[in-house]
Design a protein around this ligand. Structure first.
Ligand SMILES: C[S@@+](CC[C@H](N)C(=O)[O-])C[C@H]1O[C@@H](n2cnc3c(N)ncnc32)[C@H](O)[C@@H]1O
Length: 319
């Protein structure tokens, strides 16, 4: 059965855009020809299964990394949306992972649709238990089973660079923003050429390792991430997290080394995508962390794992 906060009319065939119907069993969504387009499992309509994003399913269902105060600050910094502006707004969390930002948006009064390709949606739903204004769908952001231009705010934090082609995901998601609505995207930043070279070489190995081999290495990275000085110097060469929580450090380090695809981008590139997709007031958001040295290293593209972060408003005449 679809949960109460989903209406069948709001979902559509992700490829043809055709309306869907609920099967007699209440567990399948069918297209006009009667073929099964999606299944409803544990109250979530599922249009895809994990595929190349399986590492995220494992990651988000294994680690508890939500910290509400920190997540609120990060959400505001990485979207440029003030939490007080979200009440009653239709919000799309494009690539919700374990649901930490969907939770923050729903707590702030937003009407949230949270999408992820992986079984992370199960963890996200668990985290958002008791928040009726958030609902989930397991789907590919490139083929969303949703009405275009149906959202006031759309954000995507650390997601699109994990697909075969980042821009394809960016464009598909951009079509969900209503004219006059806001869109914010955070992607990995392109680092210095020597960092990119080392990273690509190492990831060509780590992305092939089974999780049982990679996880112990991530625990080792998390130990290094807790050692002062080491956690500021060595991780400019080999990326590992220096987050204050050990569990977050393991999760973030796995998040870096496991996914099959990880593309890095420049702010100019991302800004040009916004402009080409019909957005105005396109701005680069500053990094969340403060400090003169942090800012300089970020500007010189020396911080692996740091981002390019752009926000824009969809032109009213752009649909
Ligand atoms: C690094 S996690 C970020 C999760 C969340 N935004 C956060 O910051 O906590 C990236 C997530 O994007 C999802 N993802 C990547 N490509 C996707 C796609 N094409 N469609 C849907 N989800 C996708 C992955 O499954 C994963 O859960």
């Amino acid at each position: 059965m679809l949960p109460e906060n989903w209406l069948i009319e709001e979902l559509r065939d992700p490829v043809t855009g055709a309306p869907l119907e609920m099967s007699a069993s209440g567990q399948e969504l069918t297209g006009p020809g009667g073929g099964v387009v999606a299944r409803v499992i544990r109250g979530i309509p599922r249009f895809v299964s994990d595929s190349h994003l399986e590492s995220f399913g494992l990651q988000w269902t294994t680690f508890d990394v939500a910290h509400e105060d920190e997540d609120r600050r990060t959400f505001e910094a990485k979207t440029g949306f003030g939490l007080e502006s979200l009440r009653g707004q239709r919000i799309l969390d494009a690539g919700c992972g374990g649901g930490r930002y969907a939770q923050i948006c729903a707590q702030s009064g937003g009407l949230v649709t949270a999408v992820d390709h992986s079984r992370a949606v199960d963890k996200a739903r668990e985290l958002c238990e008791g928040l009726p204004s958030v609902r989930f769908v397991q789907a590919d952001l490139k083929h969303l089973p949703l009405e275009p231009a149906g959202f006031d705010f759309v954000f995507s934090i650390g997601v699109m660079h994990h697909d075969v082609c980042t821009r394809d995901v960016f464009e598909a998601v951009s079509r969900m923003v209503r004219p006059g609505g806001r869109y914010s995207v955070w992607l990995y930043r392109r680092n210095q050429w020597w960092q990119e070279l080392i990273n690509t070489a190492l990831r060509s190995i780590t992305t092939r390792l089974p999780a049982a081999c990679l996880l112990p290495l991530c625990h080792f990275g998390a130990v290094l991430g807790g050692i002062p000085v080491v956690n500021r110097v060595l991780n400019k060469i080999v990326s590992f997290s220096a987050h204050p929580s050990y569990q977050n450090r393991v999760c973030d380090t796995f998040d870096w080394w496991a996914p099959k695809y990880q593309h890095h981008h420049t702010a100019e590139e991302l800004k040009s995508w916004f402009a080409a997709a019909g957005f105005e007031q396109v701005q680069e958001l500053p990094p969340e962390k403060a400090g003169t040295w942090y800012y300089r290293l970020w500007k010189w593209n020396l911080l692996p794992g740091s981002g390019v972060n752009i926000t824009g408003t969809r032109r009213r005449e752009s649909v």
